[in-house]
Design a binder for this molecule. Structure first.
Ligand code: MN
Ligand code: MN
Length: 391
């Protein structure tokens, strides 16, 4: 193996038996440590695949007075064409200003608490407080806002278009700044002088700005004869599907109707466990790693396969229909989101496929012995434990 010792370039070890060589440097030892299966790939890797990893830690950060935002889109990760992600922090009271966009916005709360608001095309309004593990989904074009509560918040936003840009949303301040005051006066039935105090900053917009932490939800709600509509989902109330190596919670339009274009699974894997070998028959996969250390092997057909490593804050992607597995290679739980541009979460299990096919037919392909055939499972286990691991 190539040495991952901190003394770069001093290790004499060869790599993987009779292939490879030492690495006299220069080298970026921190990246080498984070990507052991890129530095010394499994011997089963072969051929060329697109890059399937990009980290939010390498994404430009847009720093604002009351928080920050950074994005991983098709520009950063060209293989991910269907979804784009934004990682955002709002300080206590910090407001992501009233806005809308052409894409649907799905979100997962990573830290703290936030108050979110929206009004739909039928005049139904929405106001809710969300915390860690909660999800929201604003359909394309529906205007909304986000505000950090007492401890502020951090969250992941996912948009159903790989070319989305967080810098190109429709801001309420931007429209006011680019509309003649006499038109504003006519629109709202007041006089032009009533708009004397519109934002006068450089670009006359807010984007993320400091506000006061709002009062309790009950006293902040706007009464409405058109009724209310819910855009949030409290994932923590959903009992997970537990298997030997971890658990999965799935949220799509079946359980959360507002998420009509984006489906997701929150996967937790114990040390040594693995998201089983599978593929998705309906969509490309977009991943966000929340904690732990992973390696993902991706099978691309035509003899091609590559292996990638991921840590907290990294984004992964799997092209449509490519086979893959995700292993927890650390000593702590691995947690990540797998997200799809689809109303429904769908996956095909290699194990279940083989178990539900005539055994003689399966056996004829792979020369498998009776132990392997007998171990096949007819029920799907998305996450499996490591039976060979000594605990
Ligand atoms: Mn938005
Ligand atoms: Mn998958």
């Amino acid at each position: 193996m190539l040495s991952l010792e901190m003394k770069s370039g001093t290790s004499p070890e060869p790599i993987q038996g009779n292939v490879g060589g030492t690495d006299p440097g220069p080298r970026n030892i921190e990246l080498d440590r984070q990507n052991p299966d890129v530095l010394t790939p499994p011997r089963t890797d072969h051929g060329t695949l697109p890059n399937l990893k990009f980290s939010f830690g390498m994404a430009h950060n847009r720093l604002q007075g009351a928080g920050w935002a950074r994005q991983v889109t098709m520009r950063e990760l060209p293989a991910a064409t269907t979804l784009a992600g934004v990682n955002m922090r709002l300080n206590p009271g910090g407001i992501r200003e009233l806005h809308w966009h052409k894409q649907a916005e799905w979100a997962y709360m990573l830290y703290g608490r936030a108050r979110i608001s929206a009004v739909d095309q039928d005049g139904r309004n929405f106001l809710d407080d969300v915390g860690v593990d909660d999800i929201w989904n604003f359909p394309a074009g529906v205007p909304h806002s986000i505000q950090g509560l007492e401890e502020g918040c951090e969250f992941l936003l996912v948009f159903d278009d790989g070319s989305f840009s967080e810098d190109a949303t429709f801001l309420i301040t931007d429209w006011f700044a680019h509309t003649p005051k006499e038109v504003l006066a006519k629109n709202f039935g007041v006089s032009e002088s009533d708009f004397a105090d519109l934002p006068a900053d450089i670009d006359r917009t807010r984007y993320i700005f400091q506000g006061e932490v709002p009062p309790p939800l009950s006293s902040d709600t706007v009464s409405n004869s058109y009724g209310q509509r819910s855009f949030s989902y409290h994932l923590s109330t959903q009992p997970p599907l537990k298997t030997s190596g971890g658990n999965v919670r799935i949220v799509d339009s079946t359980t959360f109707p507002a998420a009509s274009t984006i489906a997701a699974g929150l996967v937790k894997i114990e040390p040594g466990g693995m998201r089983e070998m599978h593929w998705h028959p309906n969509a490309e996969e977009w991943q966000y790693y929340i904690e732990g250390s992973a390696r993902m092997g991706v099978f691309a057909s035509e003899g091609n396969a590559r292996t990638f490593n991921y840590q907290a804050g990294d984004v992964g992607t799997v092209p449509f229909a490519f086979g893959h597995y995700i292993e927890n290679i650390g000593n702590t739980p691995l947690c990540f989101l797998e997200i799809f541009r689809s109303p429904h979460f769908q996956d095909v299990s290699l194990n279940q496929w083989m178990a539900l096919t005539p055994p003689e037919l399966v056996q004829a392909h792979l020369n498998l012995n009776k132990t392997v055939i007998g171990a096949l499972r007819k029920e799907k286990w998305p996450v499996i434990g490591d039976l060979n691991r000594r605990s």
